[in-house]
Design a binder for this molecule. Structure first.
Ligand SMILES: O=C(O)CCC(=O)C(=O)O
Ligand SMILES: [Mn+2]
Length: 195
């Protein structure tokens, strides 16, 4: 396990092989074909724009989550995704009641600069991020007014990244587009959302 401290505050921990490669591949195919993937349009600069990826939101019943002006009620989790949540809790010793799932069809799918700092996640949320399929670069940069320089980690298939401390309040993160990757990737961000 690799641990990186972010000055002035915030940290990440990375387990490069939370799942073994063949297990990660198996779970990738299972989730790719069984989750209810959708492409949502969000309002940006007054226009409706399709998000450059597919998403699905799962969790304990009754959990709901708002971002980019959209509101989602969790589809009740069961089977492999619930089992994975249990394994992630065992690994990280953190409770999670929901998971935002992202499907990047190829290198042209991406997630722009943002922080997971929505009020419903509370102060200093701890978020676990499991990656399956294509290995993609994950970038961090400080928010305006915060001192620090850009950092990147590679999120390989089967890895688990844990983000905590003040990270979401001080730093932004992104999955950039890349011409070099044509394979799909699933990312699962496990969260605790009080309801
Ligand atoms: O795909 C990733 O690794 C990042 C996902 C993410 O930042 C999010 O769901 O908030
Ligand atoms: Mn995020």
């Amino acid at each position: 396990m690799e641990s990186i401290e972010f000055a002035p505050a915030g940290w990440i921990r990375l387990w490069p092989a939370f799942l073994q490669p063949d297990e990660a591949q198996r779970v990738f195919h299972q989730l790719a074909s069984s989750l209810q993937w959708e492409q949502h349009a969000i309002r940006m600069f007054g226009r409706l724009i399709n998000q450059p990826r597919l998403t699905a939101f799962y969790g304990e019943s009754g959990v709901s989550y708002q971002y980019s002006g959209l509101q989602f009620s969790a589809i009740e989790w069961s089977g492999p995704i619930k089992q994975l949540a249990k394994q992630v809790t065992e690994l990280t010793q953190q409770p999670f009641n929901s998971v935002l799932c992202n499907f990047y069809r190829d290198g042209q799918d991406s997630m722009g600069w943002h922080a997971d700092d929505e009020p419903e996640l509370g102060v200093n949320p701890v978020i676990a991020s499991v990656s399956l399929g294509a290995c993609r670069r994950f970038d961090f940069k400080p928010k305006e007014g915060v001192v620090g320089s850009k950092q990147s980690v590679w999120l390989a298939s089967g890895s688990c990244l844990l983000m905590g401390g003040d990270l979401q309040h001080n730093w932004l993160h992104q999955i950039p587009k890349t011409k070099r990757i044509n394979e799909p990737r699933i990312n699962l961000t496990f969260r605790w959302i009080p309801n």
